[in-house]
Design a protein. Structure first.
Length: 455
């Protein structure tokens, strides 16, 4: 990916077109009156894109850009991150961003529309496990992990021992997400927690095992480079990292109202901050995305726990990378990155709602099957009923005591009793491979449940 051209700065534009010997006052008045919008046509364009479009009548590309920059300056906000030259980063609050964060507020922190999308704790656990697995797999793939989705899901579902670095990376990401959801979201952020998280995410995946859970050193030259070797980003000196990391934690934990930074925006900026500073030899992207989840979960956006942001970033990796580059090439304007992430969050929430709606319909169908079959009257517990519902829709599926234990977070004996009771009712086929018991969903489960053609 090529670096975008550096956009003309506000100072350069004002010096050239306003603060010169013959200032065009009519131009200045006109652009303030007729072109006072930070995002023409609802799009927050970078100079890289704008310079190839046709400007409004009477304006050049430069004067059009100056009009846009002036409009953006009206809502300009700074935040504590500084670049390697000591210049602060900033962001603006255009109407398109206000609308997006409002929509995320409404859909990610309240209840799920429809009421029946998550009917019980078993279903919630299933959805959460699915999302954590999806995020673990795709976040690893963003960093170069190569394995099939089937192998990756079996690795996590059965807690298998990883066979290579890619599988280890996926397992690490899964454990890191579990750490955030189960423990870290209740804690304030501090450097120790970041090191702990980084250690979970990078264990047994780095060439230098001593680099796990520590800052990179001066001797470890780190830069973000393109495939052709072009340097896209030079992070700050290693000597600055302790101070910078503490400043990032202070920003992450700040819940004061002045100056107010919307929680969604603060979470996104935290993602950007760690990625910009690149404090570790490797694993910076995974850690940055994990911190975003921590920040959103800590501030009550519980639905984000059920989404996978990295899956969407993986689909459009170039746009994700470009949003970083746009910030640095336009006077540290982080709005480009914020808007990109907000769009990604919205898509993730939309896809989750679609998924949950489909699962709700499937669950209703399965409950109807069990009700008609009389299985609900057999005295089975909620775990066993969920197992049968799943088996109805997945003939030939293989279950084990271990997978049932992990899925429902119960003891080995409880999982064993669950499966043996269902097998005794002839609703699963019990087999043994070596010393391990397995239970298969029979192809004729509908008939065994005394159903005529299903639902």
């Amino acid at each position: 990916m090529r670096r975008p051209p550096t956009a003309p700065t506000m100072l350069e534009l004002l010096t050239k077109h306003i603060h010169n010997d013959t200032p065009d006052n009519d131009l200045f008045l006109r652009i303030n009156r007729d072109f006072n919008t930070p995002a023409p046509e609802g799009r927050y364009r970078h100079w890289h894109k704008l310079q190839h479009l046709n400007p409004p009548n009477g304006l050049t590309h430069e004067t059009w850009w100056m009009a846009i920059k002036l409009a953006r300056s009206a809502t300009l906000r700074t935040w504590p991150l500084q670049d390697t030259k000591g210049q602060t980063f900033n962001f603006t609050m255009p109407e398109i961003l206000l609308k997006m964060v409002h929509r995320i507020d409404r859909r990610a922190s309240g209840s799920i529309e429809g009421g029946d999308f998550l009917p019980g704790e078993t279903d919630k656990r299933a959805f959460l496990m699915r999302s954590l697995q999806e995020e673990a797999i795709t976040s690893s793939q963003l960093e170069g992990a190569a394995t099939t989705r089937k192998i990756a899901k079996e690795l996590l579902r059965l807690e298998k021992t990883p066979k290579d670095t890619s599988q280890q990376m996926i397992l690490n990401n899964y454990r890191g997400m579990q750490f955030i959801i189960n423990n870290a979201k209740h804690r304030a952020l501090d450097p120790e927690m970041i090191f702990e998280l980084h250690g979970l995410l990078t264990e047994e995946t780095l060439d230098d095992a001593s680099a796990v859970g520590r800052f990179r050193r001066d001797s470890e030259e780190i830069a973000v480079v393109d495939n052709d070797g072009t340097v896209l980003h030079d992070p700050p000196s290693a000597r600055e990292l302790p101070t910078r990391l503490q400043a990032m934690c202070d920003f992450a934990n700040d819940d004061t109202e002045e100056p107010f930074v919307h929680p969604v925006i603060r979470s996104i900026l935290l993602h950007f901050w760690l990625a910009y500073d690149h404090p570790f030899v490797d694993g910076n992207g995974r850690t940055a995305r994990a911190l975003f989840y921590w920040s959103m979960a800590r501030r009550g956006y519980w639905l984000i726990e059920f989404t996978s942001i990295s899956r969407l970033l993986l689909r459009a990796r170039a746009q994700y990378n470009r949003s970083f580059l746009y910030v640095e090439s336009d006077e540290n304007d982080a709005t480009y990155f914020i808007l990109h992430q907000c769009r990604t969050i919205q898509k993730a929430i939309d896809e989750l709602h679609d998924y949950l709606e489909n699962k709700m319909k499937a669950a209703q169908r399965s409950r109807k099957i069990l009700r008609h079959s009389g299985a609900i009257d057999l005295g089975l517990n909620h775990r066993q009923l969920a197992l049968i519902r799943h088996a109805v829709d997945h003939p030939g599926m293989q279950y084990s005591i271990r997978s049932h234990r992990i899925y429902h977070n119960v003891s080995y004996q409880t999982a064993r009793t669950d499966l043996l009771q269902v097998a005794k009712l002839d609703l699963l086929i019990q087999t043994k491979v070596g010393k391990a018991f397995y239970f298969l969903a029979p192809d004729d489960l509908h008939q065994r449940l005394k159903l005529d053609g299903g639902s």
